[in-house]
Design a protein around this ligand. Structure first.
Ligand SMILES: Cc1cc2nc3c(=O)[nH]c(=O)nc-3n(C[C@H](O)[C@H](O)[C@H](O)COP(=O)(O)OP(=O)(O)OC[C@H]3O[C@@H](n4cnc5c(N)ncnc54)[C@H](O)[C@@H]3O)c2cc1C
Length: 423
């Protein structure tokens, strides 16, 4: 199997890199072992949300200079502020071309409502998610938070409690939609994506709208758990029109409907552009000659290697098995790349679980152009993108999706530039 580019991992980083390359005519394969972080995410994309002192960042591009001083190993610091700005703008356009509609832009972060009703700074939020400007309250005075009876992955009272602390008048209630009764009888199947498969049916939209009109009589806006609109945002805009006021979604515990919808849209776009997506397969090992990756071998195609001019590693962090932790070592399992870590086991974590955890910054080391290294020497055709990279803390800094998108765009650009030189 011969491709121009083989990408290992089909999460946010791998897919957006593949889309950018396929748009420019590159023959790409994405080999992807399983679900990605998107399936568990909020659906909002963070670029750079918090300073080391925990304060929220309003203008993330202005904060890059400060970041370079205190986190020189951060992927943004390696690439430089001007490049990061360009790549972020490119990523915004790419997402739009995939039919994904977000509120927000790289010029200003905003606050999104979390499942607990608190506010968290972020870069882009799906249009249905309630948001406010940094340091500003939500614009509604009275909100109804409506749960779904028997649905354990979102508790309206918890969200309402925090919203009320922000001075908002909040009511809570539950949806009564008989169409959900059969699903409700099986609690383990009563999850966001399954619920949306019922609520998104055209025959149920009117029933749902009637119920919301009843519950939202004297409020300015309604907040529901994200259990509607698995395919696209259409069902929610229909509801808004029918109810006559904003109907908004907040993320639930996983599976994340908003994240899965994003994943599906990106995968669809990649395949429409001619990309080959190989789901459920994993890269086990690679053949390296000199400093060049020659062949990669997967679990499903044991004796037929994937051969590509350029290889991109987008295999995620510990969560996706892109990094493996044993008792006394951290390693990258496919190529045995150099990693940034702490040599002493005791330095991997901090006892206070709310403190920033050092292991979150562990990951693959690269040169300035994001090529992976073994024994300090770069492999000439292996690029590293997304959560498998080291040097940053996606939780404390609030930069997970931004690093994936920016590094994916940067590496796609590097590969395209190489092809131009060769032509
Ligand atoms: C639970 C969770 C929730 C998060 N929520 C948010 C959020 O709400 N907002 C935000 O900005 N950031 C969030 N993040 C940060 C997140 O890391 C990034 O936003 C981003 O989605 C990571 O994308 P990625 O493509 O780099 O890696 P991943 O999404 O982890 O994807 C890696 C993919 O590679 C595959 N893979 C691994 N090894 C192999 C192999 N050998 N062969 C083939 N395939 C392989 C995996 O199966 C997986 O599909 C979250 C992270 C986690 C873990």
């Amino acid at each position: 199997m011969k491709f121009d580019v083989a990408i290992i991992g089909g999460g946010l980083a791998g897919l957006t890199c593949g889309i950018q390359l396929a748009e420019q005519g590159k023959r790409c394969a994405i080999i992807s072992a399983g679900q990605s972080a998107l399936h568990f995410s909020s659906g909002s994309l963070d670029f750079l949300s918090y300073r080391p002192d925990g304060s929220a960042i309003d203008n993330p591009l202005d904060a890059l200079a400060e970041l370079a001083k205190h986190s020189p190993e951060h992927p943004y610091s390696l690439l430089g502020a001007e490049c990061v700005k360009q790549m972020a703008g490119q990523a915004e356009r790419l997402l739009q071309d995939c039919g994904l509609h977000f509120n927000g832009s790289i010029d200003h972060n905003h606050l999104r409502v979390t499942p607990l009703g608190t506010l968290r700074a972020t870069w882009l939020s799906p249009v249905e998610v309630p948001t406010a400007a940094i340091n500003s309250p939500l614009s509604w005075k009275r909100i109804a938070v409506v749960g779904i009876e028997g649905f354990l992955d979102f508790q309206p009272q918890l969200a309402a409690g925090s919203l009320a602390e922000q001075g908002i008048e909040v009511t809570t209630d539950y949806l009564h939609v008989p169409a959900l009764d059969r699903l409700r009888n099986n609690p383990s199947e009563f999850r966001a994506t399954n619920i949306s498969r019922v609520l998104d049916l055209p025959e149920n939209t009117e029933l749902l709208a009637e119920e919301l009109v009843r519950l939202a009589d004297d409020v300015d806006a309604v907040i529901l758990p994200a259990c509607i609109g698995l395919e696209n945002a259409k069902s929610v805009s229909l509801l808004c029109a029918r109810v006559g006021k904003p109907v908004m979604l907040v993320p639930t515990l996983p599976p994340s409907l908003l994240g899965i919808r994003m994943h599906q849209a990106l995968r669809r776009r990649f395949q429409q552009l001619g990309g080959q997506f190989m789901p459920g397969d994993s890269v086990l090992r690679a053949e390296i000659d000199g400093q060049c990756v020659k062949k990669i071998y997967t679990r499903n195609h044991t004796d037929i290697p994937v051969v590509a001019d350029q290889v991109v590693l987008a295999s995620g962090s510990f969560f996706s098995n892109g990094l493996i932790a044993e008792f006394d070592r951290i390693y990258e399992p496919v190529f045995g790349l150099d990693v940034l870590d702490a040599s002493q086991r005791g330095d991997w974590t901090q006892e206070n679980m709310f403190s920033p955890q050092p292991y979150l910054r562990f990951g693959v080391k690269t040169d300035q152009t994001l090529r992976g290294t073994v024994g300090g020497k770069p492999l000439s055709n292996l690029y590293i993108i997304g959560a498998v990279l080291g040097g940053y803390d996606p939780l404390q800094q609030g930069c997970g999706a931004g690093v994936s998108l920016v590094t994916a765009q940067y590496v796609a650009q590097q590969i395209l530039a190489l092809a131009e030189v060769a032509a």
